[in-house]
Write a protein that binds this ligand. Structure first.
Ligand code: HEC
Ligand code: HEC
Length: 211
């Protein structure tokens, strides 16, 4: 009897420790550069969608979690004024687009925005910090309209699909969205995971979601 009881205790101990080990393993995986880490699904998660056009649109919808995030939209505003912060308020002090998105002659973006983030002053930075062209204004647009816009060479700066994929996956100004500095939420996932979704979207026919 006591034999059986101690076996039972040992078995209970194993049952109790096993879930703990699983939780630890899951936490370790989340810290690495797993595509699914930090809120973005991987292309493989869409493999079960048999209809290619529906799969492609679903991949873009997932990538939309990044594209419609404040870190991208603040620099792709409607009109001439950038947006700030996670709540997308109008830029203060007041600045305007100016020539080539660089700001007005007397108040260039680079007057305040340095080559890198200046966390003590909460000022984000990058060597090419300027406003996205009005053709790729995303603020207030549906994801389907953004999709049709970004794949149109007449509006995306003359890029074909492979160039567009590379821009999304590798451009370091786009990449700033994942290292935005103090007081700002990074875009979901990683730039690598985002790039993989955009690549899979292009490979499956670059269909756009509705609306
Ligand atoms: C007079 C200084 C100044 C100028 C000039 C300036 N900025 Fe800013 N900008 C700031 C400061 C300070 C912040 C940070 C505000 C905060 O979030 O606390 C900021 C934040 C931003 C953000 C928000 C990033 C985010 O996602 O939160 C964007 C986008 C931005 N600026 C774009 C521009 C662009 C584009 C120009 C030129 C057209 C420009 N800024 C010119 C001072 C300036
Ligand atoms: C600091 C401002 C800024 C931020 C932040 C930003 N962009 Fe842009 N974006 C630009 C500018 C400027 C251009 C115009 C091309 C260039 O100079 O890189 C652009 C252009 C683009 C284009 C069109 C290609 C082209 O060359 O016209 C795409 C696609 C794009 N950005 C994606 C993104 C995504 C995705 C994010 C967020 C993960 C993002 N951008 C964040 C400024 C920004």
């Amino acid at each position: 009897m006591s034999m059986r009881k101690s076996h039972l205790l040992a078995a209970t101990a194993i049952l109790l420790t096993a879930p703990v080990a699983l939780v630890v393993a899951a936490a370790t995986a989340a810290d690495t550069d797993q595509p699914a880490a930090r809120g973005l699904k991987a292309p493989a998660d869409f493999a079960s969608v048999a209809d290619m056009s529906a799969r492609s649109a679903a991949l873009f919808t997932e990538a939309g979690k990044v594209i419609q995030h404040a870190r991208c939209v603040n620099c792709h505003p409607a009109g001439d004024v950038p947006r700030q912060g996670d709540v997308r308020r109008r830029h203060e002090p007041h600045v305007v687009r100016g020539d080539g998105g660089m700001g007005a002659p007397g108040l260039r973006c680079t007057t305040c925005h340095g080559e890198q983030n200046f966390d003590a002053g909460r000022v984000p930075g990058h060597p090419r910090w300027h406003l996205a062209p009005a053709e790729v204004a995303w603020e207030g647009k549906s994801l389907g309209n953004i999709c049709r816009e970004v794949k149109d060479p007449a509006r995306n700066g003359g890029m074909d699909l492979p160039k567009l994929v590379r821009h999304m996956a590798e451009d370091d100004l786009v990449g700033w969205a994942w290292t935005p500095g103090a007081g700002r939420e990074p875009a979901p996932g990683t730039q690598k995971a985002f790039g993989a979704l955009i690549q899979a979207w292009a490979d499956s026919g670059a269909a756009c979601p509705e609306p």
